[in-house]
Design a protein around this ligand. Structure first.
Ligand SMILES: [Zn+2]
Length: 249
C-alpha cells in the first residue's frame, strides 16, 4: 500500500475506558491527486457493518488500487468507539453524534472528526450506516444540480450519482423500495436530502456539504441480513461510487 498515514486524532474518555480515535489517509503513487474522497463509519455504534467494511477495505487495498489511482482517501473508520464497543447508537454522554456537527465544540468525537477533515472539501463523501427496519439497501443523497451520470451497465438513462449506485447495487442485492423512509419519499432506493429539516442538528453529511463536498452519500444496509453480506454491500457501493467518480472530469 502506498502513502498510508495513520494519525491518532485524540482520545475519548469515559469513566472506565479510554479509546483512541484515528484518521487514515491513503493514496496511490500519483501526485498531485486529482480527486479527494472521505469515508466515514461507526458514528452510530450499533451499526457495525461500516466499520467492518473500512477494515476490510484497508486489508484488501490492493484490490482497489487501480480505482484509486490519483485519488486521495481520508478514512474515519470508527467515529464512536464507545458506542461501537457496546453496540449502542450514542456516545458515553448519551448523544447521537450525528446530530452534533453544527456548533458542538465540546464533544470530543466531533472535535476530532472536524480536526481530521480540516479545511478540506471533497469530491465525494460516503458515510456508512445501517437501518434496523429496512429490507434492502438504500442511500441518502445530497441533491446538487449535478451533471447526469452515465447509466451503469445499461439501465435507465443517466440520473444522479445516487441513482447510478442503486442501479448497479440492484443487480446484486435487494433494494429498499418502500415509498417512504423516516417520512421522506424514497425514490427506488434514493432519498434526496435537499429538503431535509435539520432541527435535530447537523449531520456529518451536512457538515461535509457545507464545507464544499460535491457528492454526499449516506449508505444504509439492512441489519436483518448477515453482517458479512452487509459489509459486502457497503464495499460494492464504495467500488461503484469510485467507478462513477472516475467518469467525472
Ligand atoms: Zn446510522
Amino acid at each position: 500500500m502506498n502513502n498510508l498515514v495513520i494519525t491518532k486524532l485524540g482520545e475519548v474518555h469515559c469513566s472506565t475506558e479510554t479509546y483512541d480515535m484515528f484518521c487514515i489517509q491513503v493514496g496511490t503513487s500519483t501526485k498531485p491527486y486529482v480527486k479527494r474522497i472521505c469515508l466515514a463509519a461507526g458514528i452510530h455504534g450499533d451499526e457495525p457493518a461500516g466499520v467492518e467494511a473500512m477494515l476490510t477495505f484497508l486489508e484488501n487495498f490492493h484490490e482497489y488500487a487501480a480505482l484509486l489511482e490519483g485519488i486521495e482517501v481520508i478514512i474515519l473508520p470508527c467515529d464512536n468507539p464507545f458506542g461501537y464497543e457496546r453496540n449502542i447508537r450514542s456516545n458515553a454522554d448519551g448523544l447521537d453524534l450525528n446530530q452534533q456537527f453544527q456548533d458542538s465544540n465540546r464533544t470530543p468525537e466531533i472535535l476530532m472528526i472536524k480536526k481530521a477533515i480540516g479545511q478540506r472539501s471533497f469530491d465525494m463523501s460516503l458515510d456508512f450506516h445501517e437501518d434496523v427496519e429496512s429490507e434492502g439497501f438504500y442511500l441518502w443523497e445530497r441533491k446538487f444540480p449535478t451533471p447526469l451520470f452515465p447509466p451503469v451497465d445499461g439501465g435507465m438513462k443517466g440520473g444522479s450519482i445516487g441513482d447510478a449506485v442503486i442501479q448497479k447495487m440492484a443487480q446484486e442485492y435487494p433494494i429498499e423500495r418502500k415509498s417512504q423512509i423516516e417520512g421522506f419519499p424514497n425514490r427506488q432506493g434514493v432519498i434526496f436530502l435537499d429538503k431535509r429539516p435539520l432541527e435535530k442538528g447537523w449531520t456529518l453529511e451536512h457538515y461535509l456539504f457545507q464545507n464544499g463536498t460535491k457528492y454526499c452519500l449516506t449508505l444504509e444496509t439492512p441489519v436483518n441480513m448477515p453482517l458479512q453480506k452487509r459489509v459486502e454491500m457497503h464495499l460494492f457501493a464504495l467500488k461503484t461510487s469510485l467507478q462513477l467518480l472516475r467518469f467525472q472530469k
